[in-house]
Write a protein that binds this ligand. Sequence first.
Ligand SMILES: C[S@@+](CC[C@H](N)C(=O)[O-])C[C@H]1O[C@@H](n2cnc3c(N)ncnc32)[C@H](O)[C@@H]1O
Length: 200
Amino acid sequence: MVLGYADPPYPGLAHLYKDQPDFAGEVDHVKLIARLETEFDGWVLHTASTAISTLASLIPPRARWGAWVKSFAAFKKGVRPAYAWEPVIFKPMRKMSEDYSGRFVQRDWIEEPMTMRRGFTGAKPEAVCHWAFEIVGATPEDELIDLFPGSGAVTRAWRTWRPQLSFQWEFPASSDPSIPCVSSQDSDGLTSGECISERS
Ligand SMILES: C[S@@+](CC[C@H](N)C(=O)[O-])C[C@H]1O[C@@H](n2cnc3c(N)ncnc32)[C@H](O)[C@@H]1O
């Protein structure tokens, strides 16, 4: 299956890339979302919280909104509260039934600081890309198409992504099977478990 990964200049901010060779003005997000829907099995679209009202009506029903919460961001003088999170819109390519991390139920948000000293505005951290691959249900056998490569960070993250798929659901005989227990084996070979009361 093919994953489309779109990290375009955010609406109204294309000028940040005016010196880049691929600069072509503002990206037409109507066409971009239509392309993601027609050409790919699943997709990821990064954007800014300031673009939510522009994009909301364009996002198809089966897509979801995730969040990259920046534990450190570019804090601008006089801008309070600081803009310190970004929406990550995603359309899963398959159902995410596994916990890739093997440690906890995967969330629709991630906390990660912005990248620093990469020399490229908007370069995405490896951990954010890995999280995005996981919430769309990708596997390393899938193909990734990085539509806005920039520094190449997304494609590099795809190469370093090695999900742990040792996770399994267990249903102890004495318990209610609608309340599954999670057990996993981490890289040290230790097994841990927890019961949860709901699944998303
Ligand atoms: C947010 S950056 C991508 C960052 C990249 N994902 C990374 O992690 O380094 C957006 C990229 O789109 C390019 N770009 C700018 N305007 C564009 C346009 N109208 N169409 C296509 N690409 C454009 C920019 O030059 C930049 O490389």
